[in-house]
Design a protein. Sequence first.
Length: 389
Amino acid sequence: MTAPEFWKGFDTRAIHAGQEFDPTTGAVIPPVYLTSTYVQDGIGGLRGGYEYSRGGNPTRTALETQLAALEGGAHGLSFASGLAAEDALLRTVLVPGDHVVIGNDVYGGTHRLVRKIFGAWGIRHTTVDTSDLGAVRDAIELGTTKVLWVETPSNPLMKISDIAALAELGSEAGVLVVVDNTFASPALQQPLALGADVVVHSTTKYLGGHSDIIGGGLVFGVGQDELAERVTFTQFAAGAVSSPFDAFLTSRGIKTLGIRMQRHSQNALAIARRLEEHAGIEHVYYPGLESHPGHELAGRQMSGFGGMISIALAGGGEAARRFAESTEVFQLAESLGGVESLVNYPAEMTHASVRGTEAEVPESVVRLSVGIEDVDDLLDDIDRALERL
């Protein structure tokens, strides 16, 4: 089931796009196709176009339809991880000698992929603050820059970049504008509607929502049919596809994405306001706060401010480590976006690989992935951790 034009609501699309009932039994939930191959009606006589599950699987197709519907895109692709999705896109678009402009506050694995894997292949990159349009404009090399990579809100310092303005800049320069929408999710922000060319997700995070899968996704905007076809070939030829069961779990998670993001956002705003008042906190990075420099822009291009908060501890790295190791409801772990609250120390965890680069994260910073637990329990947990500093 595709998303008919009369489906105006996000939650309707999240629940129904690609999720036809089983025509044989009437089962409301489509079956999970745990198969590697498909019987052919004679040589080349493929049923529904399915031949081998690396090339296509009905469960993965259902998720890809769902992803495209959520982002308002023309095509969706599901991968084994977020980095696998990024790799397939960049390998398809770039050739040795090309140049990438990338934000100076992005997921450490993305920066590592561009710097180390593609750098060794002859791809150059420039790291800039993508919230500074002038800096982005200066970094673009006409004819050589092929990709502008944007994260907004950014990871972990929650910078807000103007997607529409960057998309216009990219269009003028002939540069593919890619937006990592993992932090916001399509429930809160839809970059394609603002002019971006491609959206990337770690579906491990808010889309899956339950910390039980690893996955990635790409969604291509209208007019990007040829690029989508090329990346689909890369996906098939290189093989980093999501498994049927991971695709099923991601689809199941997506169905509650809208209501989960409401609770994530409500809890995060209450916590950010409490943290902003504490003497032991030097700075709170959360776009929902009026004090955030990107608050007004975030309010225009997002329908909510999300569940991610970062804080800089007044006591520096020692205090940050002690805080991260003192919470109880907030569990110390990598990743984000699940129903449970997590605390992370980026300098030595998610962003350890960018130490010494332009994307290095200050040692005083702790990142919180605010879950959907009772907010009073989360506030009490933070208060107790701060008392131990």
